[in-house]
Design a protein. Structure first.
Length: 364
């Protein structure tokens, strides 16, 4: 125990800090993942969805703080019990999503590292083993410093975590791991190279031949068999190449204008996944922004998943002189962690991206 407990302590502490910090860098993104878990299709506790952001911040701050507590040896009994309860909960979530194929990515490491449900579950099981070692050997977890310095470090870690979380919520994530970050070209990220690996699927066909069922497996071609077709099941063996952007588009009521707008030399993209829930203070800044951008030769458009009535009412209420086009809500939540948020693009390449709090910082 004298050897394995310190090793487990360092491993678990560092992993909790890294995992927590990545999510703390983007608490809004983690709240969207929690909403997915809370939905009727997954855990069926939709009454928690409105509180997803609060829960998100509390969970990720606790994750970082517990990692620090473990490394410095602050209140070992409380820390180890908290780690155990948290990892048991996470293990249940990842097993549930993996076994029932409900959530494709657990969000354990935000957008920095995508894990399949079974990979997430395996990671949590391994982590659970190390936490159990700490639980059994918690008497070997000694404070690194004396009582007062340890308490000060613990308090500072809590304050720093809360402060960092507040900062990124009021602005944007300090590190952007998504495919819409500054410098990325959206057209490139939506494209599939000609020589990219293709998806491989397995088709299992069932036919009734001479009164008996016969099963034939192919790669997609229809079997050459004399019999009555019964059914077919498909299984993805290899997904092949997947573009980093799959569901982004700029659409009017009757046509797809994505290629047209992403070829613009000077484009301001105002993003609001839901106009109904957009921040009023942010909306109030859009008129001055669009007028300034228009005067400097920019094309200005809005993107939202809201309906036509909401768009018309908003334009009238705030005196906006640009059109809102349609895009998938989930895609818009990924584009920018702000409602509304603003992007400046040049021929599809993101030049600037800001939270509505920072519209004044746009350099047009």
């Amino acid at each position: 125990m004298k050897i394995i407990v310190p090793i487990s302590r360092i491993f678990v502490g560092i992993l909790f800090i890294i995992s927590g910090f990545i999510k703390l860098n983007d608490p809004l993104g983690f709240s969207y993942k929690l909403q997915e878990y809370f939905s009727a299709d997954v855990l069926n506790i939709p009454f928690l969805e409105p509180y997803a952001l609060v829960i998100s911040v509390l969970v990720v701050v606790l994750e970082v703080v517990l990692g620090v507590f473990l490394l410095i040896g602050y209140k070992p009994k409380f820390t180890v019990w908290s780690l155990l309860l948290m990892i048991v909960f996470f293990t249940f979530l990842t097993f549930y999503s993996a076994y029932f194929d409900k959530v494709k990515d657990c969000g354990c490491f935000g957008d920095a590292l995508k894990l399949t449900p079974w990979e997430s579950f395996t990671k949590d099981v391994v982590l659970l083993v190390f936490v159990l070692i700490l639980f059994v050997g918690k008497s070997y977890i000694a404070p690194i410093f004396k009582s007062l310095p340890n308490t000060i470090l613990a308090l500072l870690s809590f304050i720093a975590s809360l402060g960092f979380g507040y900062h990124v919520l009021m602005h944007l994530p300090s590190i952007d791991f998504r495919a819409y970050k500054i410098g990325d070209n959206l057209v490139t990220n939506m494209s599939t190279p000609d020589d990219a690996p293709k998806a491989i699927q397995e088709f299992t066909w069932v036919f009734m031949v001479n009164g008996a069922e016969q099963t034939i497996v192919t790669d997609g071609s229809y079997p050459n068999v004399q019999g009555e077709y019964v059914s077919v099941e498909t299984k993805v063996i290899d997904e092949g190449f997947q573009p980093s952007i799959l569901d982004f588009s700029i659409e009017s009521e009757d046509e797809d204008l994505t290629a047209q707008f992403l070829s613009e030399e000077k484009l301001i993209l105002i993003v609001s996944y839901s106009l109904e829930s957009a921040e009023t203070q942010g909306l109030q800044k859009l008129k001055a922004l669009s007028e300034d951008a228009h005067s400097k030769g920019y094309t200005v458009i809005g993107l939202s998943a809201s309906g036509g009535d909401s768009k018309s009412k908003l334009k009238a209420a705030y005196g906006l002189d640009f059109e809102f086009y349609l895009c998938d809500e989930k895609a818009l939540k990924t584009v920018v962690r702000s409602n509304p948020g603003v992007l400046q693009l040049r021929k599809g390449t993101v030049q600037q991206k800001v939270h509505w709090n920072d519209i004044k910082n746009l350099d047009l």
